[in-house]
Design a binder for this molecule. Structure first.
Ligand code: SIN
Length: 185
């Protein structure tokens, strides 16, 4: 799949006649909310696990020294907690640009804390995208993150801010917290 997903995302969903739609954020979209939204609620999606398996060449790394950011990996029985935002479809112009290094918009079922469910969208970088890095031991991921930085800042800042946001949500994500604990002080 092409490294830049802007064009692919443009043709993925038809927003004709849709005033607002839920967007599920599980990574930087939880803590870096640089887009307008109508409503925000903690939510979860089922069957997906958050993993630092996606390379970042444009935000938290460079083409020569990529960083690592999170994507979702299909895993039956897993629950991924995050934040849902009800947004106007016009925000995807900005977000598709922000998420262009391999992420595609997928439709998913969101469950809110009160058990109510809604259909929404989520950005996922699947393993066939050029920036995908995949599994590595958590100590190696921590070392890579500690060394990387890009136009959006240091890669360890992405990890620490995400871990902090997950603590606020009451999430216990062993993968994220393990990598955070392995960062050099
Ligand atoms: C997300 O936060 O939902 C997508 C991944 C990211 O931008 O970190």
């Amino acid at each position: 799949m092409a490294a830049n997903t802007i064009e692919l995302n443009r043709s993925r969903q038809d927003f004709a006649g849709i005033e607002s739609i839920w967007l599920f954020g599980y990574g930087s979209l939880i803590y870096k909310v640089d887009f307008p939204f109508l409503e925000q609620r903690p939510a979860r999606i089922e069957g997906w696990a958050r993993r630092f398996w996606q390379g970042s060449h444009d935000h938290r790394g460079t083409p020569e020294a990529p960083g690592r950011v999170v994507t979702l990996i299909e895993q039956p029985g897993s629950i991924c907690k995050g934040m849902a935002f009800r947004v106007s479809p016009t925000v995807f112009e900005h977000l598709d640009h922000r998420e262009k290094d391999g992420y595609l918009r997928f439709t998913t079922t969101l469950t809110f804390d009160d058990g109510r469910q809604e259909q929404g969208l989520v950005y996922i970088a699947t393993e066939d995208n050029e920036a995908f890095m995949g599994h590595a031991p958590e100590a190696d991921i921590a070392r890579q993150i500690a060394a990387a930085a890009g136009p959006s800042g240091r890669n360890d800042e992405y990890l620490r801010k995400l871990a902090e946001a997950l603590r606020h949500l009451g999430d216990d994500d062993p993968h994220v917290f393990m990598i955070e604990s392995l960062l050099p002080c």
